[in-house]
Write a protein that binds this ligand. Structure first.
Ligand SMILES: [Zn+2]
Length: 497
């Protein structure tokens, strides 16, 4: 008998301080197209679909797929509509298992823990015998609600997330262990009441050591199936937010509480180590002007990272580069649907007087500048990868506007995933001919520019650069915003269905 397995994705990292994300900016893919699009792509859903396709005992049941670029909280009505669709489909299809790609820090305009709510509803419809498997991003704000609703709920282990695909495959393997009656999942969760302002790469610093130790614990006992370490999304605002360790064991594991507590305490004790060393815009332009090799510099515009939910409408680096003492050449994106429409209406070759960008982020102003329209585009731009390989950049209609014969500005009608050379190459702008390109990402662009550019990190103002006190927490009690020295640890909880 074939196992009937429902699959899909509802992936969003919700910025608690940005404008709500409305339905018109969200793509929903259903039916066979979901499977076709996911096959072989570098995401958790890609790994899930490929692992299930490789098995001969599976009938795939595609439900719904929304891969939403980070942005403000999801419109609650849209979320409820999606959840109801899943519920209707699961009621109708009666699958043996449900496997879902979720981020884990999605909020709606009404709910702070959308995934917890979503999984509780899926469990209520599916019943007790259906196995639910979830692959999360390690920036999830993991909650007891998620861990008690799902059978399998684990995070990817790398930032940049090079292991999304493998995480999807792993979730499938573990779901089949539960289906076979060999795995009886128990979760033990502990948190430190803090956020990590920086140093979030897992191949460096404290996180490298912590993940290394987690892998050693996994090898030390066949009862320990997985240890996921979560760096809760800095721009969210959740009750009981914190840096988390979750141990998944096959049945109860006596030392589990001690192990997760040890990780939580380590986060707390090493909290000062989680800070980045960053450049100002001026320092970064000096570094570009003074470079002695031919590789362009990829400037990470940290305050305006669309990959962290900011709108991507900053022109601050562009303005500084125009005014810079030495003549640099550069390429960047600006999210500004009005200017895209203006460029499309005047057409290629025309000069436009723009009020460019700065219309969405409160700290920015529109930049009055003239440029020549070089290209207008309505086609979907795909990412080369390896991070997010094959996914849509999600930037909507675009226009390439050239300023001062030196700056290639790709104006986009959606914020999108600005992490990839093809955002430029697609528009006929070779990365190799620039002195610099601007990225709206802190981590994920690195692999995609490997060998094409050298990265520099700039502490630009904006919605996506974490500074204590700038994003006042209403629900969360976390260092460094709040003094939690009397009570820094959320004690271990053992959770199972
Ligand atoms: Zn992440």
């Amino acid at each position: 008998m074939k196992k009937r397995i429902a699959v899909g994705r509802l992936f969003h990292e919700s910025h608690g301080y940005a404008r709500p994300t409305m339905p018109e900016s969200i793509a929903v893919v259903r039916g066979d197209k979901l499977i076709e699009d996911a096959r072989g792509n570098g995401t958790t859903l890609g790994g899930i679909v490929d692992a299930l396709t490789a098995r001969h005992d599976v009938e795939l049941l595609p439900i719904s797929d929304s891969m939403i670029a980070p942005s403000g909280p999801i419109d609650h009505g849209f979320y409820v509509e999606q959840r109801c669709f899943w519920e209707d489909q699961l009621r109708r299809l009666e699958p043996d298992a449900v496997i879902i790609d979720l981020h884990g820090s999605m909020g709606t305009t009404e709910f702070e823990d959308a995934e917890g709510d979503f999984l509780a509803h899926i469990r209520a419809i599916a019943g007790e015998n259906v196995v639910i498997g979830v692959g999360l991003d390690l920036h999830a704000n993991i909650t007891p609600a998620m861990l008690t609703a799902a059978d399998i709920c684990i995070a990817c282990k790398q930032n940049p997330h090079d292991d999304y695909y493998d995480t999807g495959k792993r979730v499938v393997g573990l779901v089949f262990e539960v289906l076979a009656g060999r795995l009886h999942p128990v979760y033990t969760l502990a948190k430190a009441r803090m956020i990590t302002p920086g140093k979030l790469e897992t191949h460096l610093g404290p996180l490298k050591e912590m993940h290394g130790r987690a892998r050693a614990f996994e090898r030390s006992s066949s009862t320990i199936v997985d240890i996921s370490i979560y760096n809760a999304y800095r721009f969210g605002d959740y009750t009981d937010m914190g840096q988390a360790a979750v141990l998944l064991s096959n049945g109860l594991y006596p030392q589990a509480e001690e192990i997760v507590l040890q990780f939580a305490r380590e986060f707390w004790e090493r909290r000062e180590e989680f800070r980045d060393e960053l450049l100002t815009i001026g320092e970064a332009l000096d570094a570009v002007a003074e470079k002695t090799d031919r590789l362009p510099r990829a400037l990470a515009d940290l305050g305006d990272r669309t990959l962290a939910g900011a709108p991507g409408d900053s022109t601050l680096i562009l303005q500084a580069a125009i005014n810079y003492a030495r003549p640099l050449k550069g390429a960047m994106t600006v999210h500004d649907p009005e200017t895209v429409a203006q460029a499309h209406s005047v057409g290629v070759g025309a000069t436009v007087a723009m009020r460019l960008g700065g219309k969405m982020t409160p700290q920015y102003q529109p930049f009055d500048v003239e440029g020549v329209v070089r290209l207008i585009n309505r086609a979907d731009v795909k990412l080369f990868g390896p991070n997010f390989a094959g996914e849509s950049a999600g930037i909507g209609d675009t226009a390439l506007v050239e300023i001062d014969s030196r700056f290639q500005v790709i104006v986009t009608s959606k914020a999108g995933f600005i992490v990839d050379p093809n955002v430029f190459e697609f528009h006929g702008v070779p990365v190799s001919e620039q002195d610099f390109v601007v990225m709206k990402s802190q981590f994920h662009f690195n692999r995609n520019f490997n060998g094409l550019a050298t990265s520099l990190y700039i502490a630009t103002p904006g919605l996506a650069y974490y500074l204590p006190g700038v994003f006042a927490k209403r629900r969360a009690r976390v260092w460094p915003d709040t003094d939690v020295r009397d009570d820094p640890i959320i004690a271990p909880q053992v959770l199972h269905r």
